[in-house]
Ligand binder design. Sequence first.
Ligand code: GMT
Length: 377
Amino acid sequence: MNQHLKIGITCYPSLGGSGVVATELGKLLAEKGHEVHFICHGVPFRLGSFHKNIIYHEIEVSDYYVFRYPPYDLSLATKMAQVAKTENLDILHVHYAMPHAVCAFLAKQMVGDQLKVVTTLHGTDITVLAQDESLKDLIRLAINESDAVTSVSRDLIKETREVLDISRDIDLAYNFVDERVYYPRPCLECRDDFAAPEEKVLMHISNFRPVKRVSDVIDIFEKVTRKIPSKLLLVGEGPDLPKIQCKIKEMGISDKVHFLGKQDDIAHVISMADVLLLPSEKESFGLVALEAMACGVPTVGSVAGGIPELVTHGDSGFLAPIGDTDQMAEYCISLFSDDKLAERMKKACLDRARNDFSSDRITSIYEAIYYRVLNRE
Ligand code: GMT
């Protein structure tokens, strides 16, 4: 019989899909009786209230005057080893290869082979960092030395193999959402604050980085609003935000666009939308599209990275080539002009999120990987 494990989790604790998935996974594992130790430089923002099976260990970075740069990576590796030894960890599950998998590799050298390292690749560690020749060998080493490696999409597995020339096994473990949090919320009242009942609501949620192509979001919306009364809600912030604000002003559509800034209660916010726009240049998974799907909101987006593995074209959303804003606008218009299609898509979204990306299913995949590397199947 599989017994409860002691699992260390390291992730980026601030905003970002990888941190969200790592934290939600830790919470679910703790609910199943495992003891979970978060080893991070800050409390993961989705950690929430007290749970007896969750312990948080903060990394303290040494700041001696001889160091020109505080050695975060070495402090993390040391902390991982320390926690692994004192708490008798079975597993160190690190999210993001750089630097977390590298630190876990170092920690394992200090602790011994009984500590098993599982690395989850989330995307930009491969699609951006591993393109850098100076980092390639280090990332390849960390991946090859992990006891198991998981990826959030088939597309990312393919890209990891191509970019890093890696042939080892990589397990597929799609992202998930907690269905107790992500479901269609009653939101008529707050929707009224932004749009009239006859208007449609388009929404985009991201960190406003160039890879998200937020400028395309504005172009799509501008084309849609010429034909269908609608409003655009923009959620999040990031480097492209000022540029986007200027563009909206120049296009004369400021009265139709609302900026909501960073929001914590995404399930609530997303439930106001009729469609989510995700026209990214690159997206290894697209967690926000799953969050929308679980709330019954279809995505109109790009055929990029892992998005087609999540959004089934014509069923739970519509996908067009990257940059094809005409086609994406057409898809929104057809969705808004056909109530039966909208209803069918909403149902397909709910079914797909619950069946294919359920938290229980994905958590079990991770547990099976832990037992496998520990030879306790
Ligand atoms: O690009 C982001 O939005 C942040 C980034 C991260 O590090 O959290 O997201 C990556 O991981 C998410 C969780 O697995 C995926 O859903 C995103 O698609 C992925 N981002 C990219 O591939 C650009």
